[in-house]
Design a protein around this ligand. Structure first.
Ligand code: G4P
Length: 530
């Protein structure tokens, strides 16, 4: 395969969903069709092993497991596919958001009975801001589900994206019997699955005009299907590849991951429509995937996978060119030359060494501490600096300090390094150098911070959760000082790592109230908006 072919046949995407919608099951079925596993159950077993443990210390022991699930790769009919894992709510953190930066498209998985749920909304927002194509799979149609028109309405009104159903569930009052494929005008009805979805599924399939289906379906079910399709054709949004590419229209698929129903047609349509690796913006200009020189950015760091060796695995997304094992690259932020030794890729259940990889691929590299999240690596004389990741607004805050004040030096070193890794966001507590304020998007981040400071830096933390849920970066007019702000008694002022003023506030309502009383001040939900 030529260099260009290798790139155009790559698909790198993330599955976004609320816990329990069926992400593990769908991932597993995709691997099953890709031949990467032979019996469903192996990914699931790993998930169970991971979630059976309750605290971070135990999760730490399982790190080998969670690392392999950060990205999975398989081949399907000439395509090389990278699935990026976005962890469930227990592990929800800034890492989850940053992982989305490495994807070229996203699959949004929705439970047919539950519709759009909280975590899906948060992850969707990040994808929408990046304008990447989003494909929707409405799962569990083997079970009782909501009306498909209601679900479409909800996607449009809650998420603000139009939906184009590629197929349509057949059935009345949420009791579905199969799906109708709009492009081929064919019907597929569920077959009795005796293997509980462990094998690929067989079913009854044929043209919608086939008289067999009139017999197989009750009269009212058949009539309802014809009416629905007519309504969709007449009143629904038209399909537009351009709108899909810009993330303005989501192709919508119904199916059931557990019984494999609709998974293969989904995979095939997805591979046809989803984009290959896309150009990326760097400060110096656009970087094309087919550029000869190699470039990549770091989107995730997992440290101390082996506590005896203090090693760190740095996950990078290749943005251009070809990677070969042992190649020397420039680390943009330090200016150092780094050799990329022992690169790893992640197959269904294990990680393996890798000799070559291309734009679109994700590889892991062991690093001794040079690289930080968001950093760029490149070859060639022309400097490349990928733009900083956006800052994701924290929603949880805590005040921390070292229990033993003699450990202050280790405390500062640990906090600086963990902030470089992007484990938490750190704020200076105005007026006190003894304690710091940390912000996170998920509670596990605090647990990780506390555990790692103790085990890696020997510092026991004293941590007090604070009642704030909103952070606002403030732009004050030149003539105004912080002390001139009105009605901020219930809020807390801190400074971020670039010494910018941030106000921590308890509720959205309170935020609006304070903003109204300080009309000359700009209240920004991220520093990128300043
Ligand atoms: P997650 O990774 O998004 O959290 O979801 P996961 O795949 O673990 O699925 C959550 C539950 O939903 C599982 O049930 C799974 O079997 C079920 N599920 C997934 N896809 C379908 C589907 O198409 N139809 C139906 N009816 N159920 C589905 P569980 O009881 O938690 O686990 P298990 O005992 O089935 O393994």
């Amino acid at each position: 395969m030529s260099f260009i072919d290798a790139i155009t046949h790559r698909r790198t995407f993330a599955i976004i969903s609320h816990p329990d919608a069926g992400k593990t099951t769908l991932t597993e079925k995709l691997l099953l069709y890709g031949g990467a596993i032979h019996l469903a159950g192996s990914v699931k077993a790993r998930k169970t092993a991971k979630h059976a443990v309750s605290d971070w210390m135990e999760i730490e022991k399982q790190r080998g497991i969670s690392v392999t699930s950060s990205v999975l790769q398989f081949d399907y009919e000439g395509h090389h596919i990278n699935i990026l894992d976005t962890p469930g709510h227990q592990d929800f953190s800034e890492d989850t958001y940053r992982t989305l930066m490495a994807a070229d498209s996203a699959v949004m998985l929705i439970d047919v009975a539950k519709g759009v749920e909280a975590q899906t909304k948060k992850l969707f927002k990040v994808c929408k801001e990046r304008h990447i194509p989003i494909f929707t799979f409405i799962n569990k149609i083997d079970h009782f589900g909501r009306n498909p028109f209601d679900l479409m309405d909800e996607i449009e009104s809650v998420l603000g994206i139009h939906a184009y159903p590629m197929n349509w569930p057949i059935g009345l009052n949420g009791n579905y019997q199969g799906i109708y494929d709009r492009r081929s005008a064919s019907i597929e009805l569920f077959a009795k699955d005796t293997s509980h979805g462990q094998q690929k599924l067989s079913s009854t399939k044929g043209s919608a005009a086939d008289p067999r289906f009139k017999e197989l379906l009750d009269d009212d079910v058949h009539k309802n299907l014809i009416d629905d399709i007519e309504l969709l054709d007449m009143a629904g949004d038209a399909f537009s590849a351009e709108q899909v590419a810009n993330g303005e229209l989501t192709p919508l698929f119904f199916g059931s991951a557990m019984t494999n129903f609709g998974v293969k047609p989904f995979l095939e349509s997805f591979l046809q429509m989803a984009p290959p690796p896309q150009p990326r913006h760097a400060k110096e200009g656009i970087v094309e995937p087919a550029d000869e020189e190699f470039s990549a950015f770091v989107f995730k760091i997992q440290a101390n996978m082996n506590p005896q060796h203090h090693d760190r695995m740095v996950f990078m997304r290749i943005c251009s060119g070809k990677f070969t094992k042992g190649m020397s690259v420039t680390h943009c932020q330090s200016g150092k030359t780094v050799r990329l030794m022992q690169p790893q890729q992640f197959l269904a259940t294990e990680r393996t060494g890798v000799e070559t990889a291309y734009a679109g691929d994700i590889i892991g590299i062991f690093d001794s501490g040079t690289m930080g999240v968001g950093d760029t690596l490149y070859t060639g004389k022309k400097k490349i600096t990928f733009k900083d990741f956006p800052t994701f607004p924290p929603e949880l805050f805590a005040r921390i300090r070292a229990k033993d004040s003699l450990k202050r030096k280790q405390f500062l070193k640990g906090m600086t390094q963990l902030a470089q890794e992007g484990a938490v966001q750190i704020y200076e507590n105005m007026g006190s150098l003894e304690s710091y304020i940390v912000g996170a998007v998920g509670p596990l981040q605090f647990e990780v911070l506390s555990y790692r400071l103790q085990h890696e830096y020997g510092v026991t933390l004293e941590m007090n959760r604070l009642p704030y849920t909103v952070a606002r970066w403030l732009a004050l007019p030149d003539t105004m000082a912080y002390s001139d702000l009105k009605n901020i008694d219930s809020a807390m002022a801190v400074k971020d790592h670039k010494q910018r003023l941030v106000l921590l506030i308890t509720t959205d309502w309170q935020t609006n109230w304070i903003a109204e009383r300080n009309p000359e001040v700009l209240f920004c939900s991220t520093p990128d908006e300043l």
